[in-house]
Ligand binder design. Structure first.
Ligand SMILES: Cc1ncc(COP(=O)(O)O)c(C=O)c1O
Length: 430
């Protein structure tokens, strides 16, 4: 049988790296490279040929070292090309092509997302980002003045602002508590949620991965705690989906929202909201749905005219993600993380704000250097070395968040290490 690789080889297409735009099959060729191997995810994490093929799927600016993929990620060429095609097609006759031909294709994307999540497609809404999905839940549950909502002071600022707006407008009470940084013990975190719940608590917000540090929180246990008390738990999965390798059913949650433009490598402007079927009716959408849509997950997608080609590109991102494999992806991200941490941690001024206890973090970690201002270090890494990181200042700690992605080379990780080592040896330039 002719494999796609052999078929494409027979076409003798140009393979010059920079000529990717001339090679319409390049994305598919990369998928071939990602076929199953005998190696375990941890063994494969060290296979530079494999990860070189993965990296070649991304047209990133190698003049920079981009270690802020937690903010938003580049998408592989396969995804970008699909979106461009969809946008061109929409523009040929928008009212017909976009609404009549392309809009129905969102159902295929919904089904593909649902399959990866292991849920029903009737429980998956395609949103523009995590914020939209989370705010749908945060605004969509009725509350009365005096009702309490619970979160930590490390939840994402926009999500805390969302509750703050309800406090200002409706008189609800936002209870916020602190969590240890780094936190090594999931039980300690669960105990803190338990301790801060009162008989007025009506909603709990919990981050699956804290954006500041990459710390993983025990979502399953917090969801169980909420259920025990009859309190809905909204899970902020912005950084978790397609990053951590987890079984969604195991979390047993009712509300889960994530970005798709972070770790799934989907087009910028995509997210997903999961709502358990029985909870859909009682959750108000941000924008009013149509009559008859009360139990329909699609009521959360009634957002008016928008570029339908963007969410359609999620389909290609899912193909890439599934071919790469969640376990292989996480193992590589952890391998990259451990490489820079192990290279630097010998210095006694190096401090980690992220726990390395297995399962407590994925590929994101946050560090600081005793005696060095993290914001100044971040500015220096960019100005002198063209390395993008994320300086973080929180009331309780500061540091630099480092989030390389699967397209990072070991050379880039080592450049980052050398740049930080230089600061350890000589300090920051005056
Ligand atoms: C924990 C967390 N929640 C929510 C968001 C919002 O995500 P989006 O920008 O996709 O709406 C982010 C973004 O970085 C985040 O880190």
């Amino acid at each position: 049988m002719t494999t796609r690789r052999a078929f494409l080889g027979a076409l003798a297409l140009p393979t010059v790296g920079s000529a990717s735009a001339l090679d319409p099959f390049r994305g598919l060729r990369v998928l071939d490279e990602l076929s199953p191997r005998d190696a375990s995810p941890e063994e494969l994490a060290r296979d530079e040929d494999f990860w070189g093929a993965v990296a070649s799927a991304f047209d990133v600016d190698r003049g920079l070292v981009n270690f802020n993929n937690g903010g938003v990620s580049p998408a592989p060429r396969l995804v970008v090309d699909a979106v461009k095609r969809h946008i061109d097609r929409a523009n040929e006759a928008p009212a017909y092509n976009m609404w009549r031909l392309m809009q129905p294709q969102k159902e295929a994307v919904r089904q593909a997302l649902a399959r990866v999540m292991g849920v029903s497609a009737d429980e998956v809404a395609i949103t523009r980002n995590a914020s939209e999905g989370l705010q749908t839940c945060q605004f969509g549950i009725d509350l009365e003045a005096g009702d309490e909502v619970l979160c930590t002071d490390q939840d994402y600022p926009r999500m805390r602002n969302t509750f703050a707006q309800r406090a200002a407008r409706e008189g609800i009470v936002v209870r916020q508590f602190k969590i240890p940084t780094p936190c090594n013990d999931p039980a300690e975190i669960v105990a803190l949620y338990r301790a801060h719940m009162t008989d007025r608590t009506r909603i709990v917000l919990v981050s699956h991965v804290i954006n500041l540090t990459g710390q993983v929180l025990p979502v399953k246990e917090v969801v169980a705690l909420g259920r025990e008390r009859g309190v809905p738990v909204i899970v902020d999965g912005a950084h978790a989906f397609a990053h951590l390798d987890f079984d969604f059913a195991d979390l047993d949650c009712d509300y889960y929202a994530t970005s798709l433009h972070k770790w799934l490598f989907a087009p910028i402007g995509t997210g997903m909201l999961y709502v358990r079927k029985e909870r859909i009716r009682d959750l108000w959408p941000l924008m009013a749905g149509n009559p008859g849509q009360e139990d329909d997950i699609r009521k959360f997608e009634e957002i008016g005219t928008h570029p339908v080609g963007v969410p359609l590109g999620v389909a290609e991102a899912l193909v890439f993600h599934e071919r790469l494999g969640a376990a292989r992806k996480l193992a590589r991200l952890v391998h990259l993380r451990d490489r820079w941490i192990h290279a630097l941690r010998g210095d006694e001024r190096f401090r980690l704000n992220t726990s390395l206890v297995p399962g407590m973090a994925g590929g994101i970690a946050n560090f600081r250097i005793e005696g060095i201002d993290s914001q100044a270090l971040g500015r220096h890494l960019l100005a002198k070395h063209r390395i993008i990181t994320t300086p973080i200042v929180h009331e309780d700690f500061e540091g630099i968040r480092v989030s390389p992605s699967v397209y990072a080379t070991l050379g880039e990780v080592d450049r980052f290490v050398a740049a930080v080592q230089d600061v350890l040896d000589h300090g920051l330039p005056a």
